[in-house]
Structure formats: structure tokens, C-alpha cells
Write a protein that binds this ligand. Structure first.
Ligand code: AMP
Ligand code: GLY
Length: 414
């Protein structure tokens, strides 16, 4: 198949790499891709989605897979569909589950899906009144997309009020903070639950766990994610069934009722409180770095699986019974600012491990870390521990100036 993958991160690299392992041979295209995706296929430098759709028509692309949320909330799926192109991902209106926290919270309330108590408002007075009705810890969120940075966990009511005031005045997040969501703090553990959806049916993937903070022991600032593993032993059969029945099924049904059937990856950010799954957030695409550990756990022909989902006829598929752990190797100044280019040296790649490349560029045949999250070192094994050891053995063989990574990925499962 001719397959176009939209995006440039480790997630898109991992999807491409997994597609090269199908028995069916694919021609891969990445828009825009990164310095390493050009080893898996061809990078295409077209930003405008109408132009990209023209390219897809001319290049006889049979399936397009969308990685990042911005492309989805900007309507790339609608544009491709209008051109009769087959694309895996939600439409702009279905993508509101991620792009608008306010829409998502109203949707959950309407469909009786458990989530933290909340209000969504543009009035400071209303926000302050609701904050007074909650416990001491209060969560304050900007309504729009702000790359995971629009969430403040305030340790006191005063701090919460100040955060809400700053957001509403446009001081902290500009336009994205013109409405705020104030939430009750949920005290539990977090899981990332993924389902491949075709609008009415779904297949769920191994339950993953991300590590959002920069430093060991979940210290330091929030990041896009510093490592992940799957499946998590924290999600037992019973919890998985509850998530499917209480969250995924009513969401697919609810989105049909909204005339916005959900096709693509539904990624539920769960908080499990005393065994009960609550929705913290929806994302409408694969997580990064979760995708990098999920790809090696999907058996069968990935291209056909995603093509079926895009066409509204998803078939069941099997999952690997092993474990995967991914450790993010980030550049020196991540997540604060960009870092200088640094040449990447890889000694050797031991068995049952591999690399998913993210923030890299190619110069004279060499790969350079170009900032942000540079790559993910992934290990597979028959236990979390074995997979983790393999991921770290690989990480030790990789070097670039300023490289930083967490040493405790998977700790909650060990
Ligand atoms: P979000 O972007 O909404 O997922 O929030 C980012 C992070 O903030 C989550 O991964 C949680 O760690 C934390 N968080 C968000 N909402 C809550 C909540 N209601 N209770 C506890 N922690 C939360
Ligand atoms: N790793 C979390 C995310 O992709 O949103």
C-alpha cells in the first residue's frame, strides 16, 4: 500500500517502523517526517492540507494516518475525506473531544461518564465560587490546546483563584485561556487507555502508563512524556472491562448521537480512584511515547487494521503477550528551551530492543539531536522488568551531548 503518515515525532516514526514489519510491502511517505523517517520512506515537505491532499491523490495514497492533534483539530481529515481519500483519524468536530476541554466535559456529563466535578466558565466570580466549594487541592485548566501545559494543580484555594484569574485575563495562555475549567482533584493513579475505533466498533490496546514529569520519582516540570510501558499490571481484567463498558462504548455511542462518529485512536487519560476509572482527559490520537511501546505489541498487518478502521469496518486483531518499555532520551534543555544540535552516536542495538527517532535531523549522512525529545529507546521482554532492562541497556549505548533521561521508567509496575 502507499501510506502517508502525517507528523514528525517518535510516534510517527514508530508507526512507520511497525508498518515496515507487515508482510505486505508498503511505500511510506511522511509529512513532514524527521531526519530518520527518510530511512523508512520519503519525507514530503507540504504544510497546507489542501496541497497535501492533492499530493495524496497524485501519489495514489491508499491510506493516510494522522499522528498529531493539531492536524486533526485543524480539519485534515475533513479535507482528505472531501477528496475521497481514505484517512485514519477523527474529523474536526470529533476531534473536539481533545481540542476543547469544555466540550469534552459537557459530553461526559451528558453521557453519564465518570469524571472529576467541574465547571467551565469565562467568569472569574463563578470560578472563585466553585473553587470555594472544593477541597484544598484544585485543578485549573485552560480550555484550548496548549500542548499539555495548560493545567495547574493548585495546592490552595488562593493559588487556584490566582491561576484562574491569570488565565482568564489572557496573561498565562493567551486565547486558549479565555475559558477555564475548574476541577475537583482526583487522588489515584493514572493510566493511558487506547482504543482503535471505526465510528461504531473498537479494539482496545494494552493499557499503558506514561511518565509526564521530567525527573525521577515524578519530580520536576511536566513534559510531553519521558517514557512509557505496556501492558500495565495496574490494569486488571475487571478494570479493562469497566473502561470498555463505562467509557469507550458510551463515548462511541454519544459521538454518533452528536453526528460526529469517532474514527481513529481514542486515547483516554484515566485516573483510577479506589478501583473506579474516571476520565481525566480524552485525546484523539496516539500518545507519544505510548505509541512507541504499543506498536511492537500489535500483531498482524497494521496497514490493513488501520485501513479497515478508516473504512468503518474494523476487524479484530491479536496482541502480543509480551511487554514493552520505552525510555525517552531528551535534549539538554528540554522542556525549557531548544538545545544546540548534537551528533548522535549509537554503539550497537542489542536484541529485542530498537530505537524510535523523534527530534532528529540529518546532516551529511549523520543524525543529530535537534532538540526536544530526541528518541525513544525501546525494549521488549516477557516481563516489565526484562523489557525495562533491555530498554536501559540500549540507552547506555546511545550518546549525544546534553542527553538526559529518567532512570525509573516503569517503576509503578515493578
Ligand atoms: P490533562 O491535560 O487534563 O490530562 O492534565 C494533565 C495532568 O494533570 C494529568 O495527567 C494529571 O496528572 C493531572 N490532572 C489533571 N486533572 C486532574 C484532576 N482532576 N485530578 C488530579 N490530577 C489531575
Ligand atoms: N504522552 C501523552 C500524550 O501524548 O499526550
Amino acid at each position: 500500500m502507499n501510506i502517508l503518515i502525517i507528523g514528525s515525532g517518535g510516534r510517527e516514526y514508530a508507526i512507520g517502523l511497525r508498518l515496515t514489519q507487515d508482510s505486505q510491502k508498503h511505500n511510506l511517505f511522511f509529512a513532514p517526517g524527521n531526519g530518520a523517517t527518510s530511512n523508512l520512506g520519503q519525507n514530503v515537505d507540504i504544510k497546507d492540507f489542501n496541497e497535501l491532499a492533492k499530493f495524496a491523490l497524485n501519489s495514489k495514497i491508499e491510506l493516510t494516518i494522522v499522528g498529531p492533534e493539531n492536524a486533526l483539530s485543524d480539519g485534515v481529515v475533513d479535507i482528505f475525506k472531501a477528496n475521497n481519500l481514505n484517512i485514519f483519524g477523527p474529523t474536526k468536530s470529533a476531534a473536539r473531544l481533545e481540542s476543547s476541554k469544555a466540550y469534552m466535559k459537557e459530553f461526559l456529563a451528558k453521557n453519564g461518564i465518570k469524571t472529576a466535578k467541574f465547571i467551565n466558565t469565562n467568569s472569574y466570580e463563578e470560578a472563585a465560587k466553585f473553587i470555594d466549594s472544593l477541597g484544598d487541592i484544585v485543578v485549573v485548566k485552560a480550555d484550548g490546546l496548549c500542548a499539555g501545559k495548560g493545567v495547574i494543580i493548585a495546592k490552595s484555594k488562593d493559588e487556584a483563584k490566582k491561576a484562574a484569574k491569570d488565565m482568564l485575563s489572557g496573561k498565562s495562555f493567551g486565547e486558549a485561556g479565555s475559558r477555564v475549567v475548574i476541577e475537583e482533584f482526583l487522588d489515584g493513579f493514572e493510566l493511558s487507555f487506547f482504543a482503535i475505533c471505526d465510528g461504531s466498533n473498537f479494539v482496545s490496546l494494552p493499557v499503558a502508563q506514561d511518565h509526564k514529569r521530567l525527573l525521577d520519582g515524578d519530580e520536576g516540570p511536566n513534559t510531553g512524556g519521558m517514557g512509557a510501558y505496556a501492558p500495565s499490571p495496574l490494569a486488571d481484567e475487571n478494570l479493562i472491562k469497566r473502561v470498555q463498558k463505562e467509557i469507550i462504548e458510551p463515548t462511541l455511542k454519544g459521538m454518533q448521537d452528536e453526528n460526529a462518529p469517532f474514527c481513529g485512536v481514542l486515547f483516554v487519560g484515566l485516573m483510577v480512584v479506589n478501583g473506579v476509572p474516571y476520565v481525566l482527559e480524552f485525546n484523539v490520537r496516539f500518545g507519544d511515547p505510548e505509541c512507541e511501546v504499543l506498536m511492537p505489541l500489535i500483531k498482524g498487518e497494521l496497514g490493513e487494521i488501520l485501513r479497515g478502521a478508516a473504512l468503518g469496518r474494523l476487524n479484530k486483531f491479536d496482541l502480543d503477550d509480551g511487554y514493552a518499555v520505552g525510555v525517552v532520551l531528551a535534549s539538554k534543555d528540554y522542556p525549557y528551551k531548544s538545545s544546540p544540535l548534537a551528533k548522535i552516536a549509537v554503539d550497537n542495538i542489542p536484541q529485542n530492543s530498537h530505537i524510535a527517532y523523534a527530534g532528529v535531523s540529518l546532516k551529511d549522512g549523520d543524525l543529530y539531536a535537534s532538540g526536544g525529545r530526541v528518541l525513544v529507546a525501546i525494549g521488549k521482554g516477557s516481563s516489565v522488568k526484562e523489557a525495562r532492562d533491555r530498554a536501559y541497556d540500549l540507552a547506555k549505548n546511545i550518546k549525544f551531548d546534553g542527553m538526559q533521561y529518567r532512570k525509573d521508567i516503569g517503576y509503578q509496575a515493578l
